[in-house]
Design a protein around this ligand. Structure first.
Ligand SMILES: [Zn+2]
Length: 239
């Protein structure tokens, strides 16, 4: 950004925040300095899963496979369909709000980092979106989340995973249908740069885990020596 443009932005941003103050995505109250995305009250009330210290948790269990090994896996909060915290994720995905993705990533990273969750991780790999879908939406929310995590942790984001074809939405599909739906979709590029690395897959929500499993299996198949971890913003409850 040019210097002149930058100084203009420094003038305009505070003015804009007076006219359109940032508000809490949950309750709508005006955010005060130090708050981001959610007010302190709603941040406190978030349905946290507290999994960052628990290595063999339910999320880790969902990602069990004989074809790939997951080192650690966790999500920040519980996704209860129709509650306000789930709504924040839907707003990010479907209402043209990539900024929410980055902020959720930062929020997640600040909490997880306290427990050393990112220690040893070399790079963040967002779950990819088929190029046509990304073009239509304008962004890949997993990439935005990864960008937010990177801002806090300094770990670089790499787009080494590719979605080879479009797949329909996973919503309203059974576990078996989800598995079939995403099978063989993901491929890996720059495999030489992944050799011997610890990568962390980033996604918005984990449900059955089939998307993340297919990504990790594609990595394990393409790279002989790789350590894979998983981190998502939210996780649904499995019955
Ligand atoms: Zn609030």
């Amino acid at each position: 950004m040019g210097e002149r443009l930058k100084s203009l932005k420094e003038w305009i941003d505070p003015l804009l925040s007076v006219i359109f103050p940032d508000v809490c995505e949950i309750c709508g109250s005006t955010l005060v300095p130090g708050e981001m995305l959610l007010c302190s009250h709603c941040l406190h009330a978030m349905p946290r899963l507290n999994l960052f210290t628990n290595k063999f948790n339910d999320i880790h269990h969902r990602l069990f496979s004989t074809h790939s090994h997951i080192d650690k896996a966790a999500a920040l909060y519980a996704y209860h369909r129709h509650d306000e915290y789930a709504e924040v994720i839907l707003t990010m995905k479907y209402r043209n709000r990539p900024d929410i993705g980055e902020k959720l990533g930062m929020m997640l990273a600040r909490e997880a980092d306290q427990y050393g969750f990112f220690n040893g991780v070399d790079m963040l790999l967002p779950v990819p979106m088929h190029w046509w879908k990304k073009l239509r939406r304008g962004y890949n929310q997993s990439e935005e989340i990864a960008r937010g995590i990177s801002k806090v942790t300094g770990i670089p984001v790499r787009n080494y995973l590719k979605a080879a074809r479009k797949h329909g939405t996973q919503t309203h599909r059974t576990a078996k249908m989800r598995w079939e739906n995403t099978k063989g979709i993901y491929s890996v590029r720059k495999t030489d740069l992944l050799e011997g690395k610890h990568v962390m897959l980033i996604d918005d929500v984990i449900t059955t885990g089939s998307t993340l499993l297919h990504c990790s299996e594609a990595l394990a198949k393409s790279v002989s020596n790789i350590n894979i971890s998983v981190c998502t913003v939210a996780a649904t409850h499995l019955n």
